[in-house]
Design a protein around this ligand. Structure first.
Ligand code: 5GP
Length: 226
């Protein structure tokens, strides 16, 4: 996802952590060693913040003679749910809205006659830029797992025997209490990969900048270039 709810106040600007494009590239390269062990067949990038990391990662995952790892996009927005009085993922007072999801029924690259795209049996890496409250990752994982389970059912196989596996990659994981938890199995299996754990401050990513020269200068000053 992406978005900056914080106004351009000079005092707030000074507290932000500036990240350069070079740094993003380096974080992807460093993490690709672990991600290769996960062996993704498919990346699902959460837009907009997951798009550029997923594309960079694809270059580091490329194996000679093999096709690129495919990237699919979903777009989610996070809102404060002022009506919410409850407490689950949909109940944390934060609400996730789907702006774009996978169109399983319209896969132009499909080799099967019905043009359907399936998650069944795939190793799927969900990519976003930052794990803040964890609400977005939790929503994306849950919904994609539900889709995979439905597709397994349609094929008459159990999800457990289908070899469908999910992993997560983020550039930054903020050190803070999370509003929701990801499944213990995913966290303990090493399939949750973050390039860097960071304090709970606002991170300014280069693709959000309208003045990339001064953005990069600040990143260099803060040691967040390479
Ligand atoms: P969540 O709270 O669900 O983990 O994060 C939701 C989304 O908020 C993230 O995907 C990201 O787009 C945005 N976000 C959260 N923290 C930051 C931050 O420090 N910097 C930027 N640029 N976006 C953030």
């Amino acid at each position: 996802m992406s978005g900056n709810p914080i106004a351009e106040d000079p005092e707030i600007e000074a507290t932000k952590m500036y990240i350069s494009y070079n740094n993003v590239h380096e974080l992807c390269q460093k993490s690709s060693v672990l991600i290769k062990k996960f062996k993704p067949d498919l990346m699902i990038a959460i837009g907009g913040g997951g798009f550029i990391p997923a594309r960079i990662l694809r270059s580091f995952l490329k194996e000679p003679g093999k096709p690129n790892v495919r990237i699919m996009a979903i777009i989610l927005s996070l809102y404060e749910d002022l009506d919410s009085v409850s407490t689950t993922a949909e109940t944390t007072g934060l609400k996730v809205i789907r702006n774009q999801w996978i169109d399983y029924n319209n896969d132009s690259s499909s080799k099967v006659a019905d043009n359907n795209f399936s998650l069944v049996g795939k190793r799927i890496l969900i990519v976003d830029e930052v794990d803040d409250t964890r609400t977005t990752l939790h929503y994306a994982l849950n919904e994609l797992m539900k889709d995979a389970q439905k597709q397994c059912k349609e094929r008459g196989i159990s999800y457990e025997s289908s070899n469908t596996e999910f992993g997560i990659f983020v550039l930054h994981d903020k050190i803070k209490p999370k509003k929701v938890q990801l499944p213990e199995r995913l966290m303990s299996s090493g399939n949750y990969i973050c390039a860097k754990r960071v304090p709970d401050v606002w991170i300014a990513y280069p693709w959000e900048s309208t003045d990339i020269a001064s953005h990069t200068e600040r990143a260099i000053e803060q040691g967040n270039d390479i």
